[in-house]
Ligand binder design. Structure first.
Ligand SMILES: Nc1nc(=O)c2c([nH]1)NC[C@@H]1CN(c3ccc(C(=O)N[C@@H](CCC(=O)O)C(=O)O)cc3)C=[N+]21
Length: 283
């Protein structure tokens, strides 16, 4: 392996520790509420990890668990109650939701000022205008890792693989805001490999195990792997074939231990930011 390993786990731990110091100095405890519907095993684990990290940072954190059979109206009522509760600063509705609930309707119902995922159309629209409010956690975490590793951004060619609302699109906006020349590639892109080979910065967020091969990567490029895919044998791998890519890239994130922990750190930072912004407005 020639590439430098980007240690997201360590960067995230340092940011959580710094945040805990800031929180301890506040005259109040920012409050995060995570809503989980049903018992999807991955969601159970992720939500527990978020709750633990939030409490360790000194936040007032609690999880609201609703049964799988909860109706869309029932979930909307829960969201409305959290919106109206002045003690709540941040709301996260864990995705995916059961198929009978429209995630879009639930996200649109969030108070944008409490939308610590940055998924509400108002926050997405502000980001697209270059006026970020609450920014989605995973792309924000990627930007922190790029800055942390000293990757030159202005004028760099950045290729984002995947156009989801949650990662690809906001990722492209943040890179554009940092003066990268951004290509947003996806499943219909002609000659994906050739597009990727032009990248100084390649962000893979497609959700397909090891799809990005070593010969898709320009020598010395920075490779950020957002994918978390569980193989049939139980192993956790990214969207990038790590060993092949690490032989070519200049720097690369591992899975696990790369972007994932940064997502949680940014969720906690967003919660504190939302708490401060709400109090600044209310005052
Ligand atoms: N409303 C909403 N917001 C989210 O931010 C959200 C969501 N729904 N639904 C699910 C995805 C997934 N997600 C992860 C967060 C942290 C890790 C993470 O910390 N991963 C570790 C451990 C991985 C493991 O061992 O499973 C790592 O990559 O090193 C992974 C995945 C947030 N999501």
């Amino acid at each position: 392996m020639t590439a430098r390993l980007i240690d997201g786990k360590a960067v995230a731990a340092a940011r959580r520790a710094a945040l805990a110091e800031r929180v301890a100095a506040l005259p109040f405890r920012p409050a995060l509420r995570v809503v989980r519907v049903g018992e999807d095993p991955a969601s159970v684990v992720y939500v527990r990890n978020k709750d633990r990290a939030a409490q360790a940072a000194g936040l007032d954190s609690a999880t609201i668990v609703l049964p799988e059979a909860t109706t869309e109206a029932g979930l909307l009522a829960t969201v409305a109650a959290l919106n109206d509760d002045p003690a709540v600063d941040g709301i996260l509705v864990q995705l995916p939701l059961p198929p009978h609930i429209r995630a879009e309707a639930v996200i649109a119902a969030l108070d944008p000022a409490k939308d610590v995922d940055g998924f509400h159309p108002l926050n997405a629209g502000l980001l697209a205008m270059g006026r970020p409010a609450l920014v989605p956690c995973t792309p924000q975490g990627v930007m922190i890792l790029l800055r942390e590793t000293g990757t030159p951004l202005a004028g760099a060619r950045a290729v984002v693989l995947g156009r989801s609302q949650i990662v690809g699109r906001p990722m492209a906006q943040l890179l554009l805001g940092a003066d990268c020349t951004v290509t947003l590639a996806h499943s219909r892109t002609r000659d994906l490999a050739a597009e990727c080979r032009r990248a100084d910065i390649l962000v893979a967020a497609v959700g397909r195990a090891e799809m990005v091969r070593g010969d898709w990567i320009a020598p010395g490029a920075t490779v950020i792997d957002v994918g978390i895919n569980r193989l049939p044998d139980g192993r956790l791998v990214g969207d990038v074939a790590f060993a092949e890519a690490a032989a070519v890239a200049g720097a690369i994130t591992p899975v696990p231990g790369g972007v994932g922990p940064m997502t949680i750190a940014c969720l906690l930072e967003n919660t504190v930011a939302a708490a401060l912004a709400r109090r600044a407005t209310a005052a």
